[in-house]
Write a protein that binds this ligand. Structure first.
Ligand code: PGA
Length: 259
């Protein structure tokens, strides 16, 4: 399974632990219409896993909006209470998110576990979305690039070009997530460039082929500025993905980036 091409702008809505089933269905329908109006880009939603089967069935295989999982367990099956394997999620999803800061910080997930989650997504031929990002304290002490490089190093060292080029990386500074304070477009673009430089040093990987999203307080109002940099290929959107109009504005801004 491949994406249409490697650097088509991509906007993903991470619904986190929001929505009741009925709201989720309504929002999925609205998002599908938004995606259908912008065939020049790719749009995906990551609903709560419990709703994936219903939404998948409702939207049908031809929907313009792709589905993703907010998290994935590394193991294919076994005694792992509460977890969902890549094999379970694969029939309903195209993307599998790993390393979101809420998993890293609230669930104590370490870089090594994030690496194993990427393996799980690749095992079932799905697209892993690797989230990386520094805390406010790490940025204030000048360690932002070092922290992101370490997250990349553990997750990606030793990977083949074929693997890395099917990956999506989401740069999400922890201090920008859910705070209403997005990184400046310059800071986001600079970190994306740092990530591509890091990928280049990895060896055989063509960093020009890897999509890098920005995430953290993206809104319809700031999206166009963020997407103005050619380094940024789209967004991982939390809060604003729950409001169809806001999300539509972000998708339209990414569509402007595509043309
Ligand atoms: P936010 O969340 O857009 O609400 O800041 C982004 C994310 O957590 O992916």
């Amino acid at each position: 399974m491949t994406l249409r091409s490697s650097r088509i702008p991509l906007v993903l809505g991470n619904w986190k632990m929001h929505t009741a089933l009925e709201d989720a269905c309504t929002l999925a329908d609205a998002t599908a219409s938004i995606a259908a109006a912008h065939p020049e880009i790719e749009v995906g939603i990551l609903p709560p896993a419990l709703w994936l089967v219903s939404i998948h069935k409702r939207l049908g295989g031809a929907s313009a909006v792709m589905l993703g999982a907010q998290d994935v367990a590394p193991q294919p099956s076994g005694a792992f209470t509460g977890d969902l394997s890549a094999e379970m999620l694969a029939p309903y999803t195209r993307f599998m998110l790993a390393g979101h800061s809420e998993r890293r910080h609230l669930h104590g997930e370490r870089d090594e576990l994030v690496r194993d989650k990427l393996d799980a997504a690749w095992r079932v031929d799905r697209v892993p979305v690797l989230a990386v990002g520094e805390t406010g304290e790490q940025r204030a002490s000048g360690r932002a690039t070092e922290v992101v490089a370490r997250q990349l190093e553990v997750a990606l060292s030793g990977r083949s070009a074929a693997e890395v080029e099917t990956l999506v990386i989401a740069y999400e500074p922890v201090w920008a997530i859910g705070t209403g304070i997005a990184a400046t477009p310059q800071d986001a673009a600079e970190m994306a460039a740092v990530i591509r430089a890091w990928l280049r040093a990895l060896g055989p990987v063509a960093p020009e082929r890897v999509r890098i999203l920005y995430g953290g307080s993206v809104t319809a109002a700031n999206a166009a500025d963020i997407f103005a940099s050619p380094e940024i290929d789209g967004a991982l959107v939390g809060g604003a993905s729950l409001k169809a109009e806001e999300f539509a504005g972000i998708v339209a801004a990414a569509g402007g980036r595509a043309t």
